[in-house]
Design a protein around this ligand. Structure first.
Ligand SMILES: CC1=C(CCC(=O)O)c2cc3nc(cc4[nH]c(cc5[nH]c(cc1n2)c(C)c5CCC(=O)O)c(CCC(=O)O)c4C)C(CCC(=O)O)=C3C
Ligand SMILES: [Fe+2]
Length: 343
């Protein structure tokens, strides 16, 4: 797979026992101005699950699936994994790669969209880790891949599965709620390639709208749908993207909607923000409102998603033009120096 001699999965990281929770939250929020009350509250979400975030095991599963897929398809690259906020830390992984004689790495982040947290911050993580390791390999980060057919098809499949779990009499009129991580409005406006015009909403929201349209079209059946946000943090005075999923659920209940399928299209796996903010909190909201809620799975190790990883690796290795189902102008693949920076 020239010019590369290794593949790296880059992820967020999460705690795996109660004692990890507070140090993990300190890592995530260092210098970010998250109120203490919010931190205590999010800590409780983790303690509810005995301090174990699902995200690390989901990364191990994806690493194994990618290894098997590479083996079966003649992609001869060792697979490494490193995180931003928890063990295995990216810095340790970069040191291990240097020791193993790895010179050039192709990396995929477990974030599909353009914005500071999902794209730029991973580029910064890579540079920081490399700077601390003498003889560190070069690391090329794969572009945002939100409209790759492998990402869209895995959500389509999982949305159809979730619809099938609804009682037959509720299925046809079920409302689709596409849920993504809220971010500060300023971060949303600064997302993407600064030379491009994404309209008033910025690249992140434009990309989300594209994916919701693509998945709804493929699911068929003419379902009505909305874009909603979850997991807001930051001080209440700072505007973040809205509407919150819980507020929108209340409005839909008022409008007479009796069943919703929540599609966590902002995420790559069913990690804590999905397991708590959707499966505990939004489910409870829906139950109180008398709305039936089914949650579709995020891609995880869906075969289309695993095959996507290989396609993105070969795209980068062969220097192929990026392709997607949407309008590629919405991406920031050709502006790796300036995209998704705070302005
Ligand atoms: C866009 C986005 C994604 C989706 C794309 C992607 O996947 O990258 C994402 C994913 C994740 N976010 C996660 C966890 C947290 N995010 C926080 C805080 C924040 N997230 C932000 C954005 C995003 N976050 C932002 C703008 C903040 C404010 C602070 C800052 O500017 O950085 C906090 C602090 C407490 C709080 O305030 O909630 C925690 C604990 C986990 C791990 C879950 C697990 O453990 O399973 C994952 C995958
Ligand atoms: Fe987050």
């Amino acid at each position: 797979m020239r010019p590369y001699d290794a593949f790296l999965l880059l992820s967020f990281g999460g705690p795996e026992k109660s004692d990890d929770v507070i140090p993990f939250l300190e890592n995530v929020t260092r210098g970010r101005g998250i109120p203490r009350e919010r931190l205590a509250e999010v800590g409780e979400h983790y303690f509810l699950f005995d301090g174990v975030s699902p995200i690390n095991q989901q990364c191990r599963d994806l690493v194994e699936a990618v290894r098997a897929d590479f083996d079966a398809n003649g992609v001869d690259l060792p697979v490494y994994w490193g995180n931003r906020n928890w063990d295995p830390y990216l810095g340790d992984t970069v040191a291990a790669m240097a020791r193993d004689g790895v010179r050039r790495v192709v990396a995929l982040a477990t974030s599909a969209y353009s914005n500071y947290s999902s794209h730029r911050q991973y580029l910064e993580d890579i540079e920081r880790a490399r700077a601390a390791v003498p003889g560190a390999p070069e690391i090329d980060l794969i572009r945002p891949y939100y409209d790759h057919p492998g990402f869209v098809d895995s959500f389509t499949g999982h949305t159809l599965d979730a619809l099938a779990r609804l009682p037959a009499e509720l299925r046809e009129d079920a409302h689709l709620l596409y849920s993504a991580h809220s971010i500060p409005e300023a971060m949303a406006r600064a997302s993407g390639d600064p030379r491009r015009d994404y309209g008033p909403v910025g690249a992140y929201e434009a990309q989300l709208a594209e994916v919701a349209r693509l998945v709804t079209e493929r699911v068929g059946g003419g379902h009505r749908y909305d874009l909603v946000y979850q997991s807001r943090s930051g001080p209440p005075t700072q505007p973040w993207l809205e509407p919150d999923i819980n507020d929108r659920l209340a409005e839909l209940a008022d409008e007479g909607v009796r069943a919703v399928v929540v599609v966590p299209y902002g995420f790559v796996s069913d990690h804590m923000e999905v397991k708590y903010d959707l499966d505990v909190e939004a489910l409870e909201t829906a139950r109180k409102l008398g709305v039936r809620l089914e949650r579709a799975s995020a891609p995880g190790t869906h075969p289309a998603f695993v095959a996507m990883v290989r396609d993105l690796v070969t795209e980068r290795a062969e220097g192929r033009e990026p392709r997607g189902l949407g309008a590629i102008e919405r991406s920031c693949h050709d502006a790796p120096e300036d995209c998704c920076r705070p302005r």
